[in-house]
Design a protein around this ligand. Structure first.
Ligand code: GLY
Ligand code: MN
Ligand code: MN
Length: 407
């Protein structure tokens, strides 16, 4: 990791959380848990974004306690096997990174916290998600639910107070150090895309592009990918989260590359669509439509409007374009979403789809993506143009503007 964020940054975030949360209940927040991939090994660890924001620590199952002016970390119970295979937990280094001087081992820490919780009516924490998200078909990290169960075992009458809205509001407005990390991730991604574009005539497979993305990000000092890169030629680009990246790069097809470097866990998220050889007239026609929608969405964005409101305006404009392309008859949501099935913007930060309030008017310091696309599987065409944008006091700053959008 590069070193853009200091212990003062994390201490400042904890201090702001304390001032936003007016209650006297202890604040107890857990790190994410490590998740099983195969019989005796785990997926690459992915820290809970809010825990990271408050501590800078990238280890599983730590617990942060903020109790009025006191704060401490509780270490998990670690097995010898975990220490040997995954590295041991160093209290001293955790204290240095986070600025939390009191780092307690499991028994001492939980004894202290249990005494406090048994006398508390409330505990402030991040509410656990449902174990399964139906609309996405995915299981969620169980760490927050496990923490809550443990707290309830200690004091069955305790009532949780949810801190998620406070963290969402805090994380929405990026501080200068965060903006520096995001800009570095964006610049790294832009340079790597430019390098790949130059090499494109010599590349033969989607996976060659994928390899060059990872190499370019690491060589330029990033941690690696912020998310699995999407490198999809022709119809593959119509699968929005296509990750196989195996197919040959066929002449006269379009190639969609959606990738982002990660710096200090801050993400870039950029998409460009390139032509392999000469684009056909139809490909260019659809590309120009996406580009017009992209420019329209950027023109609308400013402090004071919400992502939700912008989405409605963009949807209408996209509808007009889809009708001109002969894809739909009526500019109606149901028809539009057949060819434009995703949102125009999401917040960007520690998580590539960062938390935030889609109904809240945008403010200076918010970073979000603008990423319209048109997907026509029956024609083998999938096009998206995605930029990363900072809302400023006077308008917007397109952080990825150095990467051209010409086909
Ligand atoms: N890379 C995923 C997205 O654009 O949201
Ligand atoms: Mn993307
Ligand atoms: Mn995106």
């Amino acid at each position: 990791m590069s070193d853009l964020l200091s212990a003062d940054f994390y201490a400042g975030n904890r201090k702001r959380l304390r001032s936003l949360f007016q209650g006297t209940a202890p604040i107890v927040i857990t790190a994410a848990g490590s998740l099983q991939q195969g019989s005796d090994y785990a997926y690459s660890f992915h820290q809970d974004g809010s825990f990271l924001y408050l501590t800078g620590l990238n280890n599983a199952e730590l617990v942060l306690v903020i109790d009025r002016d006191r704060e401490y970390l509780i270490l998990p119970e670690r097995s010898h096997v975990s220490d040997v295979f995954d590295g041991s937990y160093e209290a001293e280094s955790f204290a240095k990174i986070s600025g939390i001087s009191e780092v307690l081992d499991y028994k001492v820490g939980w004894k202290k916290l249990a005494t406090r919780l048994k006398r508390s009516k409330h505990v402030a924490t991040l509410a656990p998600p449902a174990p399964y998200v139906d609309v996405l078909n995915l299981y969620t990290n169980p760490a927050r639910a496990v923490l809550m169960e443990k707290i309830k075992t200690l004091n069955p009458d305790i009532e949780p107070l949810d801190l998620r809205q406070h963290l969402a509001v805090m994380r929405m407005i990026k501080q200068p150090a965060e903006l520096a990390a995001i800009q570095k991730a964006v610049d790294t991604t832009v340079k790597t895309f430019q390098e790949i574009q130059k090499k494109l005539p010599k590349l033969r497979y989607e996976y060659e592009v994928e390899a060059l993305l990872g190499y370019g990000f690491r060589r330029r000092g990033a941690d690696g990918h912020a998310y699995s890169p999407i490198v999809g030629v022709g119809q593959n680009a119509c699968t929005l989260h296509y990750e196989e990246n195996n197919d040959p790069l066929t002449e006269n097809q379009l190639l969609l590359i959606d990738a982002g470097a990660q710096v200090n866990r801050y993400a870039a998220d950029i998409t460009r669509t390139f032509a392999i050889g000469q684009p056909t007239k139809r490909q260019r026609q659809v590309y120009d439509a996406v580009l017009e929608v992209h420019e329209f969405a950027l023109t609308n964005l400013k402090a004071g409007i919400s992502i939700r409101d912008n989405e409605k305006t963009v949807e209408q404009f996209m509808g007009e374009k889809l009708r001109s392309l002969g894809l739909i008859r009526n500019v109606e949501r149901e028809e539009i979403r057949k060819y434009y099935p995703h949102a125009t913007s999401h917040f960007l930060g520690l998580d590539v789809h960062d938390g935030g309030d889609y109904d809240k008017p945008l403010e200076s310091g918010v970073v979000l993506t603008v990423e319209p696309g048109i997907y026509i599987p029956e024609e083998g065409i999938g096009i998206r143009i995605e930029d990363d944008v900072l809302i400023t006091a006077t308008g917007i700053d397109v952080l990825s503007a150095k990467l051209p959008t010409v086909l």
